[in-house]
Design a protein around this ligand. Sequence first.
Ligand SMILES: Cc1ncc(COP(=O)(O)O)c(C=O)c1O
Length: 407
Amino acid sequence: MSDQPADRRLRERAKAVIPGGMYGHQAAPGAAYPQFMRGGRGARIWDVDGTEYVDLMCSYGPVVLGHQHPRVEAAAAEQARLGDCQNGPGPVMVDLAELLVATVRHADWAMFAKNGTDAATMCCTIARAQTGRSKVLVARGAYHGAAPWCTPRPAGVTAADHANLGYYTFNDLASVRKAAAEAGHDLAAILVSPFKHDAGYDQELVDPAFAGGLRALCDSKGAALILDDVRCGFRLHLGSSWEPVGVDPDLSAWSKAIANGRALAAVLGNDAFRDGAKDIFVTGSFWFSAVPMAAAVATIGAIREENAVEAMRRTGEALRDGILDQARSWDLAVRYTGPPVMPYLTFAGDQDHELASVFAAQALRGGAYLHPRHNWFVSAAMTGDDLALALEATDQAFAAVRKHLGQ
Ligand SMILES: Cc1ncc(COP(=O)(O)O)c(C=O)c1O
């Protein structure tokens, strides 16, 4: 456990009143990590004891423009002065739906929710409502959220929760065809992420022939192609993450970065699935809150006007080049996978992420907050100084791995 006093006291109090002290993906990823955070600005964050880090996790994706982005905060504050959670949505719901339809090529309509899990689940429900079929194919090991149908942990989940899923291997079209054949006339949808980003494994970019093959298969079977853009959306491209690949889904799930850290999710779809979307009953007490929607309008505007996708790509490439140079200079064999804005580092022969944990803990001590078992996220707020500090920390982290290996 981190030996910082405020964090230690909070953990002790949490143990008594929060099951396990903490749960979910933000449980501190190692003994060196603080559990509780105080705040952030730009690409810097502070833990509850006031220690500062360069943020390479970006709240696990939502923070795309940097913490406390002035334009987003101003838009949120202006909406908050008028109202947030009301008897009906604010006009900003229509503004945001229009903006998303104009920004994302495959989208003819938009619906909103709170979490990525909501959005991924809604996409499946809409596909089933539209097609009148049950089965959804998912890639083995892919993460689509924490509801019983998709949670990676078996506790509390019944066989019935998974009964309408079929499984394929990412980038392996033959495995999709086999799963589709097993689903037969009951195939409602194929759900896929823009690239393979399963936590704890080397990442894999999509083969454009695989993406195109999924599109053709869905067309021939009358099933929906659903793109889960929750983690990648608006970080890889200002549009669907498969626009550069040349493949449009029917439905897509969004959350994380769309409101630069405010709680919001979206489902986007084409006209062929509008009726299914209209027919299902989905709602939530906070789904229509106006503040996150105002933040989303400002976020999308700022991503466009500040060329944020390009800025992240440049920083991500510089980070990758620096880290790979350092690995070579320490004579350590690593794999650095995924797009440069969402990279993941593994060490050759690493058992149970032991070396990755040594690396991440030392990087943290050196002032870079990254993760040993999950892809990292680059934000558009990273300056040259942030990058230099992060690279100083990763150099010390490679030194610690070298020392750990005893050479
Ligand atoms: C690809 C993907 N889909 C869905 C989700 C679920 O999103 P949320 O945690 O907002 O429910 C995540 C979260 O990490 C994700 O990465």
